[in-house]
Ligand binder design. Sequence first.
Ligand SMILES: Cc1cc2nc3c(=O)[nH]c(=O)nc-3n(C[C@H](O)[C@H](O)[C@H](O)COP(=O)(O)OP(=O)(O)OC[C@H]3O[C@@H](n4cnc5c(N)ncnc54)[C@H](O)[C@@H]3O)c2cc1C
Length: 278
Amino acid sequence: MGSYLRPSDLSEALSALSRGGLAVIAGGTDFYPARVDRAVPEDVLDISGLSELRRIKIMPRYVRIGAGVTWSDLIHADLPRSFDGLKLAAREIGGIQIQNTATIIGNVCNASPAADSLPNLVALDAEVELSSAEGRRQIRVADFVTGNRKTLRRPDELVTALLVPRGLAEARSSFLKLGARRYLVISIAMVAVVLEADHGKAKAARIAVGACSAMAKRLTELEQALAGRPLRGLGAAVLPAHLDLLSPIDDVRASAGYRQEAALILVRRALDVVGAAA
Ligand SMILES: Cc1cc2nc3c(=O)[nH]c(=O)nc-3n(C[C@H](O)[C@H](O)[C@H](O)COP(=O)(O)OP(=O)(O)OC[C@H]3O[C@@H](n4cnc5c(N)ncnc54)[C@H](O)[C@@H]3O)c2cc1C
């Protein structure tokens, strides 16, 4: 069994990471279930004691979500309406015990194709802030996750925050998830929509589909096709070809064909919901 370190100071955590060989945990709700029935061999850095990271701050340009912020923290935070979609995702992550423990950034770093945060964060143009003993850098979430369980994080770095641009604060947003049942389920397909409106018409739409490719994908051709359209009945503008860039797989949860069809219906429904609310 490996060692266990739970610092209360960020610089201590970064200094430990710089020495190498540590596995980071936050809520541990992805980390430990992947290691059931065996001793944990890794040396673990538990960041749940870093109270400075358990904050959501409204900054001039960004909403800053720290690495310790749980799904429940997000649900209860007073945030611009562009966060409604991410809050809908939060309410569907596991059960309340999981929402109380699991972090949003843990969901991002775990980089599962079925991670419910990712379509929302990609649609919101969010960035991750990476910190190490050498300094900080920022990367768009869309670029940070490079594939199934793959990210650009170096072993000496901690993701310290998500930075969500405030420019979209007044945009409407929504999130729809399809699973084999209503709750406590891994997504078969999900969609996040962020819509800016102007005088009853769509000004700019950001639409991302998850669980239908290794990483959540923006439907950029559809986004362009929606600009200037009346908000009522936006869903009718979605054509199957707009989803051609997805690459769903067959697995125990659904076939690729079912996923592609489900994604089309979810995108149409999400646009109708958000168009009616804008
Ligand atoms: C019963 C159950 C139900 C679930 N339901 C859902 C669901 O509906 N939808 C869904 O998307 N997920 C679900 N999950 C998965 C999990 O709860 C989420 O992905 C959660 O947000 C992970 O957060 P965590 O803090 O627990 O991550 P952890 O398990 O602590 O970490 C996950 C990964 O991210 C890395 N990591 C964590 N924080 C950082 C950081 N700050 N910097 C660098 N690396 C970091 C860790 O090294 C690890 O590889 C479920 C899990 C369980 C057990």
